[in-house]
Design a protein around this ligand. Structure first.
Ligand code: UT7
Length: 337
């Protein structure tokens, strides 16, 4: 088991005590997309591993998905919404520019005592949020938190652009974290990173301060997500491998100690090649991208929820959460379940 050291020892730990996920009922298959753009089930399956993605309809928003995932996580943990100290929603497709999506979730859940905010780190948002909450729990400032990754990426999708529209889906995943003293288990260590010079690899440019809504756009594509997939691909594997290696080293762990590698689901080939470089056997690598596509900040908690509910994890297992995304940003958490 893990060696206690500076980064991994703390009497206060942030322990995951519940999880939940929610995805919209409407689904879009690869064959459906082949009716819309010049693509095929064969291309999408072999290049990405995706078969189907869930898509919101008009009444469904980031906050409605987030609140439902949060409700399920609270129920699993047996924690009342009124007892939450903090809610963090990781998202790049917020309900609106302000107030935060987290305010809508707080209201929907009735979490009157909680202070709340959104965190925008794209696909790395959920692992970033865990790292933030971990600090507040280890220093004893909060006892119970709800961390949600929620996205409605299909709402900023250009359905005529085959390089982006086949990749993404909507959904939300959530965990309840509770501060436990001397529990041993919990979030052991996290490491995060970013490199803003690569912002053009993946972005949605309108309607912030650079391209405000009241000024006509020189390029109408700025309202959509735009992606240079190959550029993201090339950096993702290296960043994932480096983050996981550095986290494990810091905890005095090796890949042999890891029970489950739960990566951001961006592309099955990226996950497989990162896992191969880390020398992780297939049975320790969780991949569910076929059923959801890339759900950005929601993908790690949706995958974790599926692992828990299908009983793939047992108490004491060492888990790795890892993500890479727009910014570019990346991060990993080592967790004793
Ligand atoms: O979570 C972070 C966000 N996620 C990502 O950023 C995704 C990361 N990147 C990827 O997953 C992969 O790079 C993609 C799946 C996006 C693309 O796979 P690839 O193996 O890197 O393909 P490519 O971009 O090099 O394109 C190969 C060919 C091109 O045609 P030519 O130039 O070889 O004639 C593309 O035009 O595939 C073509 N292509 C398509 N063909 C059919 C691009 N998109 C499609 C499509 N259907 N949807």
């Amino acid at each position: 088991m893990h060696k206690e050291n500076e980064g991994c020892s703390s009497s206060n730990r942030a322990v995951i005590t519940g999880c939940g996920a929610y995805t919209p009922a409407k689904q879009l298959t690869n064959d459906d997309l082949a009716q819309m753009v010049d693509t095929s089930d064969e291309w999408i399956t072999t290049r990405t591993g995706i078969k189907v993605r869930h898509v919101t309809t008009d009444g469904e928003t980031t906050a409605t998905l987030a609140a439902e995932a949060g409700r399920r996580a609270l129920e699993y943990a047996g924690v009342a919404a009124e007892d939450l100290d903090l809610i963090v929603v990781a998202t790049i497709t917020p309900e609106m520019p302000f107030p935060s999506t987290a305010c809508f979730v707080q209201d929907a859940l009735g979490a009157k005592k909680a202070w709340v905010f959104d965190l925008a780190a794209a696909c790395s948002g959920f692992v970033y949020a865990l790292h933030v909450v971990q600090q507040f729990m280890e220093n004893g400032r909060i006892n119970k938190a709800l961390v949600i990754g929620a996205e409605t990426l299909t709402k900023i999708m250009n359905w005529k652009d085959r390089t982006s529209c086949i990749l993404f889906g909507d959904g939300a995943g959530a965990v309840v974290l509770e501060r436990k003293s001397d529990a041993g288990r919990g979030i052991l260590y996290s490491t995060m990173g970013a490199d803003g010079q690569y912002w053009e690899a993946l972005n949605c440019q309108a309607h912030g301060s650079r391209y405000p809504a009241h000024r006509p756009l020189d390029d109408p594509n700025r309202i959509f997500m735009q992606i240079k997939g190959r550029e993201v691909y090339q950096q993702a594997v290296r960043r994932i491998v480096d983050s996981v290696t550095s986290c494990l080293d810091h905890c005095g762990l090796t890949v042999d100690d890891v029970s489950m590698f739960i990566s951001h689901q961006m592309n099955a080939r990226i996950i497989e090649s990162a896992a191969k470089r880390l020398k992780l056997p297939d049975e320790k690598v969780f991949v569910n991208i076929a059923d959801y596509g890339n759900t950005s900040a929601a993908s790690v908690p949706i995958a974790f929820d599926e692992c828990v509910r299908t009983e793939k994890l047992k108490k004491g297992d060492i888990l790795i959460f890892v993500a890479f995304g727009a910014g570019v940003t990346w991060g990993a958490n080592v967790i004793e379940f």
